[in-house]
Ligand binder design. Structure first.
Ligand code: LLP
Length: 415
């Protein structure tokens, strides 16, 4: 079932923990993102306990959802943060993350970002480029910083079973360093006196459908660092998968942990899960505007669109779409679309839907990850508000207000 302990129907109305969707929408309007902090923390704990056989630490991947309320709750629960830009580091620090628990990753860190991260004392740099090592070393020297911890991102040249647009570990991808270059860097560690080469990093893709490719990649990484006793940390990246359809069969967190635990004994392990912590804790609620029949299709036009949720347009991704007030009426199949002037602004095809009216609420499920994080203002659509239902399951608050038309022009009018 796509529902979980937090996101489910009670008496035919959709709830997030003990709060009904209509209660929230009465105050916020639509479209609106709603997240269960209880489910978020539960997911974090489920990952921690699956990997309890290792000396493992979670560094939540902020790119999946960087709302300060989410980051704050995870930091309070003991997570560090995986950041891919100075902006994400800034947010992580605002959320109270200890700098030492922040890893700075990314294929193209600018000198300004490197300086900022060094000044703030972030714990790790995941390095993807030889020149980047030189930059970090030079900037560290100018700031009088030594012992800057570096994990080399390894591109193991394995093909992960996932959507081609989110695979990263194959030879043709822009990510990581091939084995030869890592070997070269490790043999020249002394050329970088301000750096401490202490770890290897890999991330072969997101929404991984099998454990084998990860196992193969980790094995290769361990072989690579075997001659270097200073390399004691293995960052295995993110990619733990989430079911987007009720019938989707995927390896569990425990399956990944069982495959990797025997290999990684004696190492410190870092994990960078994003999606698996926040995806199924979130939903996007939208209102029906109109319905029309065109050709052979019935279009349901809603006030949410590809600007709030790009995943269907960008990856052909599937999100379950359900009526907030469940009805037992006859179902028909509809195409759910947004108001944006793009043919690809389709949120769901062949969606089973009861007969609904203008103003009825629909929910797009499993949208906590890479939903709001990838939203934009195309067509001058204000970004939606984000609501969190607190860990007590009862109280809720607006964690980010809806943008206004003025917000969208502010950066231009102040010039
Ligand atoms: N670590 C690294 C180095 C990554 O590149 C990523 C994701 C993660 C961790 C977190 O992966 P996760 O646990 O969330 O799978 N926008 C796409 C996903 C892009 C993922 C990019 N990197 C989507 O909506 O499916």
């Amino acid at each position: 079932m796509i529902f979980n302990d937090s996101i489910r129907y009670i008496d035919n109305t959709l709830y997030c923990d003990a709060v009904s969707m209509p209660e929230i929408v009465a105050q916020t309007g639509t479209p609106v993102y709603i997240y269960s902090l209880r489910r978020t923390i539960q997911n974090f704990r489920r990952i921690q306990s699956a990997f309890a056989g290792l000396n493992a630490h979670v560094r939540y991947s902020a790119k999946a959802n960087a709302n300060l309320a989410i980051l704050g709750a995870l930091v309070n629960a003991g997570a560090g943060i995986d950041a891919v830009s100075a902006g994400e580091i800034h947010r992580a620090l605002l959320a109270g993350a200890p700098p030492d628990d922040i890893v700075f990753a990314g294929v193209g860190k600018s000198p300004d970002e490197i300086r900022y991260a060094l000044e703030k004392g972030v714990g790790w740099f995941n390095v993807e480029n030889i020149l980047e090592c030189q930059h970090i070393n030079t900037i560290a020297e100018s700031l009088g910083r030594t012992g800057v911890r570096v994990a080399l991102r390894f591109n193991p040249d394995v093909v992960a079973m996932t959507h081609p647009n989110i695979a990263t570990g194959h030879g043709g991808a822009k990510f990581g360093l091939p084995a030869e270059m890592i070997g070269e860097l490790l043999s020249q560690q002394r050329s970088y006196p301000n750096l401490n080469f202490a770890g290897i990093h890999l991330h072969i893709g997101s929404q991984l459908h099998d454990t084998q490719a990860t196992q193969q990649a980790v094995r290769a990484a361990l072989n690579l660092i075997a001659p270097y006793p200073n390399m004691r940390v293995v960052n295995i990246g993110g990619g733990l998968p989430v079911a987007y359809r009720p019938d989707e069969v995927l390896p569990s967190f425990e399956d990944f942990a069982a495959t990797l635990t025997p290999l990684l004994q004696g190492y410190e392990v870092l994990l960078e899960p994003g999606r698996s912590i926040i995806a199924d804790a979130g939903l996007l609620v939208t209102s029906v505007l109109y319905e029309k029949r065109q050709g052979k299709l019935t279009f349901v036009i809603v006030d949410g669109s590809m600007t709030e949720l790009m995943r269907p347009a960008l990856y052909n991704a599937h999100h379950e779409i359900v009526a907030v007030s469940r009805r037992s009426d006859t179902m028909r199949e509809v195409t759910v679309v947004g108001p944006v002037c793009e043919t690809t602004d389709v949120l769901g095809r062949d969606v089973p839907m009861p007969y609904i009216d203008s103003g009825d609420l629909l929910a797009l499920l499993t949208t906590g990850a890479y939903g709001m994080a990838m939203s934009n203002n195309y067509n001058q659509r204000p970004r939606p508000p984000e609501v969190v239902v607190e860990e007590d399951g009862q109280t809720w608050r607006i964690a980010r207000r809806r943008e206004t038309w003025d917000d969208m022009v502010q950066a231009e009018t102040n010039l």
